[in-house]
Design a protein around this ligand. Sequence first.
Ligand code: FE2
Ligand code: FE2
Length: 342
Amino acid sequence: MNLMVTRSVMRRLVTSRKVVLYVSTPQSSTMNVEVRPVDEMKGPGYGVRWQRMASSGAGASDGKETKNKAMPGTNKSNAVVEEEKKKNEVMDSTYWGIVRPKIVREDGTEWPWNCFMPWETYSADLSIDLTKHHAPKTLMDKVAYRIVKLLRMPTDIFFKRRYGCRAMMLETVAAVPGMVGGMLLHLKSLRRFQQSGGWIKALLEEAENERMHLMTMVELVQPQLYERLLVLAVQGVFFNSFFVLYILSPKVAHRVVGYLEEEAIHSYTEYLKDVDNGKIENVPAPAIAKDYWRLPKDATLRDVIIVIRADEPHHRDVNHFASDLHCQKKDLSKAPAPISYH
Ligand SMILES: [Fe+2]
Ligand SMILES: [Fe+2]
């Protein structure tokens, strides 16, 4: 078991991008991992670089082996050991050796999320220009622009100024293009035995970032049954349409997404206005948002809208940039992709 745990951790060490991992002891199946910022990396999209300290207990941060508090039969009562066993019941019942080490914040509290890790969190870049707009010049641009304006009409009619619901619905759509584009570039890379220039990762990161917007919005707006059904229908239509569009013309597909992102900025700006003028209550920020965007403990809905809105122009820029590259007859793989550019 311990050998498998060690292998699992070492595998993660090898594949990890920004993480330094120290394993203190192979003697215990209970492993604590302390996460600490190591240094700051400058540039958009880069935040604190994290260091995970895997240890069997406190005081192992220098990488030396320390007293193993989790070892059964040492200084822990049977009740405590039993309690820990219950907590790890799912992991103990498997023989695959897959263990997710315990991760704690800087203040020592347990990291509660499995869907993202501390080293994937960031502070939003609020300095980005929200007003930038790609003026449609070519026929292709105009078609893409019209498609997005047409898509906005039913949204305006259906949601009116219910910006919480509107944002939630928007994010279920916004998280699709990055995944479709990333998937198709992935397949292209396999077919052509060719590097992607980082675009697969960039687009998948965008999809993940949009999904985190949705995970946050869903904490603020509990969707009704009819909204869930609407999401099913919209996703079915939008995924397939975008998939076909990306195959036929990635140039148009990226342009459409660029304009969709411009609309997203507009929607969040209107949402913010309604919070500021008291039409929407400025409730406390959901816990997931505080951790994902490193917001203060007393952060509110207003702060959340501001950081989500700051992500959207980054997606706008990436997609207009990708479309521009296609317009210039350049293969995306020849231009470096903006990784971690939220
Ligand atoms: Fe979004
Ligand atoms: Fe976006």
